[in-house]
Ligand binder design. Sequence first.
Ligand SMILES: Cc1cc2nc3c(=O)[nH]c(=O)nc-3n(C[C@H](O)[C@H](O)[C@H](O)COP(=O)(O)OP(=O)(O)OC[C@H]3O[C@@H](n4cnc5c(N)ncnc54)[C@H](O)[C@@H]3O)c2cc1C
Length: 372
Amino acid sequence: MDVARLRKNFAQVAEHGDEVPLFFYSDLFIKHPEVRDMFPIAMETQRGHLVDALVKIVSNVDSTADLTVFLQGLGRDHRKFGAVAEHYEAVGASLLATLQYFSGPDWTPDLQSDWAAAYEVIGSVMVAAAREDEAKRPAWWKGTVVSHERRSFDVSVLHIQPEPAMDYLAGQSVAIESSSRPRLWRYYSMASAPRRDAPLEFHVRLIDGGAVSMALTSNTVAGSEVRLGPPIGVLTLPQPVPERDLLLIAGSTGLAPLKAIVDQLTELPQPPSVHLFFGARKAEGLYDLDSLEKMAAEYSWLTVIPAVSADPRFAGETGSLPDVVSRNGDWSRHEAYIAGPTQMVEDTSARLAAAGMAKDQIHIEDFGWSEP
Ligand SMILES: Cc1cc2nc3c(=O)[nH]c(=O)nc-3n(C[C@H](O)[C@H](O)[C@H](O)COP(=O)(O)OP(=O)(O)OC[C@H]3O[C@@H](n4cnc5c(N)ncnc54)[C@H](O)[C@@H]3O)c2cc1C
């Protein structure tokens, strides 16, 4: 398999932008109408997911270990859509048809056989991981909403009881599908550490025009049912928990996975010292501050520092999170965990790295969007 040739061809095809996933899904649905029901009615976000996954696969194609981990995760994650081995064949055929179409006269028998071989590897890793997963856990969990509390005009705190019980690590996320938006799945992080039989806490911020955040914050009441996908994510503490002190930095609902980590630490006999920065644009965006301050009053190892970026009248720290964090100490010997909007995560990790923190001390969960 000629990796350089595959990359070059993919770059050429990707120049056609949104037309590529549009062609792919049209080809798939025409040849296999039976798979249409596995996808949402509105396909915009889904088309983006396909491109993101392909970019990730092509750019990691020569670092086999990382790619294998990514593909195994993808295979396990696709179980919740009802994907089975036969679907992989159909997807492979449409992928090749799409690449051929956009390559035009540059498509050659060698490219065809290289792509077919690459897809064979991708499909077999995903199918094997899905099969192994089947033996261990369900494809999805039934979730019953136990409570829905609106904390600010755009943030809700939900407690959801999974059935059966779910094993996960503090800091991980699951994809949620609301019954009012079938087949649209979005990731949300658990804000509580795992405890047998306890409901999972989620913090959901309403996005203007956002399909799933709107369904969860507006149409969901106690008793509503949702589906939960398998837990994913690596923003988790290693075991045993390191002795190094922790720096946790949360932008908006990026608080959720970090609160789960704090919750996990409350069960340790001797937790490390923790500084938690919680930032929002306005004071009302600090939707969980009361609960954090109660925890800080109870646990001497926890310090909570709220910060607001767009309200100079705020009595506490004001400014962007990277600025606030930087001026509050030398963190180079801490282990940092950062979660929230893309820009904030990128700027904060760059600032910590510039101030001397090693890259492997910085752990991030990027929610994939940024504040307007
Ligand atoms: C691993 C992970 C964990 C996450 N955890 C959480 C969490 O705990 N709490 C939480 O609230 N969110 C979390 N998110 C974000 C969440 O998955 C959704 O992206 C978000 O709720 C928007 O989904 P939607 O269906 O409402 O909007 P979509 O229908 O997907 O998007 C509608 C439009 O809004 C844009 N958009 C999407 N999100 C935003 C945004 N936040 N700000 C501005 N524009 C946006 C889109 O580009 C699109 O144009 C997480 C994301 C990831 C990847």
